[in-house]
Ligand binder design. Sequence first.
Ligand code: C5P
Length: 236
Amino acid sequence: MIITIDGPAGSGKSTAARKLAARLGIPYLDTGAMYRVVTLAALEAGADLHDEEALTRIARTADYDLDCGPTHARVTLDGHDVTEEIRSMRVNEHTRYVARSPGVRRVLVEKQRDLGRRLGSMVTEGRDQGSVAFPDAEFKFFMDADLHKRAERRLVELLADGEDVTFEQVLENLQKRDRTDSEREVGPLTVPDGAIVIETSNLSIPQVLDRLLEELRKGGVEIPPTGTASSELATP
Ligand code: C5P
């Protein structure tokens, strides 16, 4: 069973995806982390971010790995843990060049489908998971929230990571990313056909999780009772 969750930055999809996956006892995939680590690899290599061929080669050959656990996604590049570094403003500012590259998207979507085939079941989140990577997914969700709310959420995360950043900078970065994510020609941010839209501005994390579980139940999925090992991991 493939469950896709798409939406803009700060919509709450990453937290929801992790918690849903833990509750169901299946893996989750943070595809944003893939674009982020390729961005970091390109920056480290000093690549020209307008060089489509160079970016595609880096996406295909760079030595990066994702370990998406129930409470985190550990990411390594050349054997080093870059989990925090890929969330920095430096990477935030440059992901859009990598995300608009058709070659990079082809490579990453291929990797995502390959993982889906190997794992059989997973919750995968991003911008194009229900529209491009897994159009036939059993369940597709799209999460959205008010821009200011999303900027507040991102600011809290960045400050917690020790970034020296203001609300205005985060807001501007989100607006820029929303625009380039929605306007790019390949894999744009869009509500996938048949997706269930959840507006999260005024919902808490447990409420979002409840909404997701409710839809799965309606779709005939048996949800493991809480208290099982996997669902305990989902408890904040
Ligand atoms: O979800 P997150 O904010 O970590 O994603 C980082 C960036 O990666 C996004 O701004 C977007 O440009 C890109 N992305 C994408 N397609 C995905 C996931 C992320 O283009 N499936």
